[in-house]
Design a protein around this ligand. Structure first.
Ligand code: AMP
Length: 302
């Protein structure tokens, strides 16, 4: 089994949705990506939590195949994010971002993780993502996520980072912001010129586009009644990279299938609050949903 490395945030979130308020919900980009990647491959996790982070969760991650030896426990409180979704889940407002121990996060990649071939740089400061890249040796594929916060506040570092990553995963609105263009064909052209050879543009409930060299692929989203979209993007990225690692291939056909596997995992993520659904999910259920995805886009050409 080939491994993947995940670096990003681990959080205890507060989520307000139509069902009410949910407190101390497990969250963070690295959490969702590790849980979904672990369906396909061994996951080496690097992140920081506070002394309030429940041991039971660390055990759950381990049981799921996540190596938590790169998880630092720092004096203080775990990163906390609080958000409120509109009842139709089409938008959310951030109420609080308490960095806590995450404020001083300086990722240290353990020696045993430095040769991990597949690397996911979760959504953290581009300078930190660059520092992770400086610590790893000869990765086969590096995938990075980012957000408007860094496009607004750390554009130069982000541009430096993009020259060193293979796959950029970004949502549609942020892709438009970063490229300064509107039509996706122009957006993709601009972003690919910035460095990555592969680009994935996420469109939430409408699916995702994959631009891999000359290959363009469109994946639908699964039709379902979502409960909590928190972490869907990270679940997608983790599932995508985990699948690629399990095939140990970066050929366009593998990347296409990986987008569907990532989409399947993201669809399970939104069915529960936080990662609740992912934590009880079986490999068979994932395979069954991938087949449903296949049926969704299958057509015959007379
Ligand atoms: P997503 O729904 O993909 O945006 O991911 C949501 C997760 O990201 C939540 O579980 C939060 O704990 C985490 N998160 C929110 N803001 C930040 C931030 N500024 N840096 C790192 N992680 C964050």
């Amino acid at each position: 089994m080939t491994d993947m490395l995940v670096v990003g945030s681990l959080a205890l979130d507060t989520i307000h949705n139509a069902q009410g308020t949910h407190e101390r919900v497990l969250g963070g980009s690295a959490t969702f990506a590790s849980l979904t990647g672990a369906f396909y491959t061994g996951v080496n996790l690097v992140g920081v939590v506070g002394t309030d982070f429940p041991d039971a969760i660390v055990h759950q991650l381990r049981e799921r195949g996540v190596d938590t030896s790169g998880l630092e426990v720092a004096e203080g409180k775990t990163f906390h994010w609080e958000g409120r979704y509109t009842d139709d889940l089409t938008s959310r407002e951030t109420i609080a971002t308490d960095l806590n121990v995450f404020a001083d996060f300086d990722p240290k990649i353990p020696e045993a993780f430095r040769d991990t071939p597949y690397v996911m740089l979760g959504n953290i400061a581009p300078e930190l993502q660059l520092s992770v890249l400086d610590q790893i040796r000869n990765p086969k594929l590096v995938i990075a996520d980012t957000m408007n916060f860094w496009i607004d506040g750390a554009l130069e570092s982000l541009k430096k980072l993009l020259k060193r990553v293979d796959v950029l995963v970004i949502n549609e609105e942020e892709a438009r912001q970063l490229s300064g263009r509107h039509h996706l064909i122009h957006v993709a052209g601009e972003l690919l010129d910035m460095g990555p050879s592969t680009l994935i543009i996420k469109q939430g409930e409408y699916g995702a586009w994959l631009f891999a060299g000359e290959d363009v692929f469109s994946a639908p989203a699964f039709l379902l009644e979502a409960k909590d979209p928190t972490g869907a993007g990270d679940s997608f990225a983790g599932g995508f990279l985990g699948y690629v690692a399990s095939k140990d291939s970066t050929e366009p056909e593998t990347l296409r299938a990986a987008v569907i596997h990532g989409s399947a995992l993201a669809s399970f993520c939104v069915e529960g609050v936080g990662p609740a659904r992912l934590l009880e999910l079986s490999k068979d259920e994932v395979e069954a949903r991938v087949k449903e995805f296949q049926r969704l886009v299958d057509f015959s050409h007379p």
